[in-house]
Design a protein. Structure first.
Length: 145
């Protein structure tokens, strides 16, 4: 279950963000997770529930998940299409020269939190930080979905 490893990395990232921004309590974290990221949402949520009980800043926080649809681009005809429905073969021209445009991300989109004052570095944005890369599933550029 690599979901636990991703949650551990996510918790470390959130702890770092909390320290930099004097966050005392995180109420919710919204994650964008790609449709073909390989992350099993139910296992991810279970790992989150387990880990938040052991992390004071995250205790009682809510995990919100938004799914990013997987989209593939075809080099043969220049069109994009839904990856899950058609896989590596372009439904428009039948080409196998395709690559994944989006859909394998795992990104922190938003953090709702309570702070103990102004952030130390007011130039820091909270959110939009990568929460670890999914394991390589052979879905990179030039390999299709």
């Amino acid at each position: 279950m690599h979901e636990m490893g991703i949650i551990i990395h996510l918790a470390k990232t959130l702890d770092d963000i909390a320290a930099r921004n004097r966050i005392t309590k995180i109420g919710s974290v919204t994650m964008e997770i790609g449709e073909v990221s390989g992350i099993v949402t139910e296992l991810f949520e279970d790992a989150w529930d387990y880990f938040t009980k052991r992390n004071p800043v995250l205790a009682g926080s809510e995990l919100r998940i938004e799914t990013i649809p997987a989209v593939t681009y075809c080099d043969g005809c220049g069109k994009t299409y839904g990856t899950v429905a058609f896989g590596r073969t372009c439904p428009f021209c039948g080409s196998g020269e395709t690559w994944l445009v989006r859909g394998n991300e795992c990104v922190i989109k938003e953090i709702e939190a309570e702070t103990a004052g102004e952030p130390e570095d007011s130039g820091q944005e909270i959110g939009a930080e990568t929460a670890g890369e999914p394991e390589d599933t052979g879905q990179g550029a030039g390999t299709g979905t």
